[in-house]
Design a binder for this molecule. Structure first.
Ligand SMILES: Nc1ncnc2c1ncn2[C@@H]1O[C@H](COP(=O)(O)OP(=O)(O)O)[C@@H](O)[C@H]1O
Ligand SMILES: [Mg+2]
Length: 233
């Protein structure tokens, strides 16, 4: 993330993540039962586990998109579970970058406008936000596709736009949910290298859910979520 002048938000202090005794049930079924995990600031962790064990749910809890039933989740010093929905949204916009398996680009916005969205939502001046978006698109190798609409982009290009959008506000914590799940191995390799390079360059903390050995290889450590809970693999 060079060119500090272009981005309206400063580089953030790396922050650790603490999941402490988190419990979550859906419709009476206990999905997460007092699970705990600690990730040090700047560390990259791959989260493995069978489908349906609650990995996506855990990312949603960390991002404050769902309430926990019990426990606490600290992002740096901030307890997501003790916040109002509004404060959680503010924290998300300021400190978290989320990369989804299915990209989730806004179909009616160009690539550069999609990337600019997090900055616009946090009140950045539009010209500055677009300049920062173009810089990020350049870094993911898509400077010539800035004006393209999502439907005009390949899966790998869409995931690179989604990655640029997740990183444009320089989040201290990057949450990625099977970010290469819809990509062929060669395109996945490009996207993984980008995630790894950008996260390391910005000193961000990364928690990436994946089924892929190729993806887990970019992490410093591996954790697994199964019926016995969360444990280091
Ligand atoms: N909002 C919800 N309401 C009811 N059940 C849910 C909800 N979100 C997730 N679940 C259920 O929780 C289980 C785990 O889902 P998920 O976290 O997506 O698992 P994973 O990402 O590990 O495959 C699934 O059985 C899913 O149907
Ligand atoms: Mg999932």
């Amino acid at each position: 993330m060079s060119g500090a002048g272009a981005a309206p938000l400063g580089r953030q202090q790396a922050c650790g993540l603490l999941i402490d005794g988190v419990t979550k049930s859906f419709e009476g079924r206990k999905l997460l039962d007092a699970v705990s995990m600690r990730i040090a600031p700047g560390e990259s962790v791959a989260l493995l586990g069978e489908s349906g064990t609650g990995k996506s749910t855990l990312l949603n809890l960390i991002a404050g998109l769902e309430p926990v039933d019990a426990g606490r989740i600290l992002i740096g010093d901030d307890d997501v579970c003790a916040m109002s929905a509004r404060a959680a949204a503010e924290l998300r916009g300021r400190r978290i970058g989320f990369v989804f398996q299915a990209f989730h680009l806004l179909p009616y916005l160009s690539a550069e406008r999609n990337v600019a969205v997090p900055l616009l939502l946090s009140g950045a001046e539009p010209g500055q936000a677009l300049a920062a978006a173009r810089e990020l698109l350049d870094q993911v190798g898509l400077s010539d596709r800035a004006a393209a609409m999502p439907r005009q982009l390949s899966g790998g290009e869409q995931q690179r736009v989604a990655l640029a959008r997740a990183l444009v506000h320089r989040p201290a914590l990057v949450l990625a949910d099977e970010p290469t799940g819809n990509l062929d191995p060669a395109t996945a390799a490009v996207v993984l290298r980008l995630i790894s390079d950008r996260v390391r360059a910005s000193g961000a903390t990364l928690l990436m859910v994946t089924h892929s050995e190729q993806a887990a290889a970019i992490a410093d450590r591996r954790w697994r979520l199964d019926a016995g809970g969360l444990h280091e693999a």
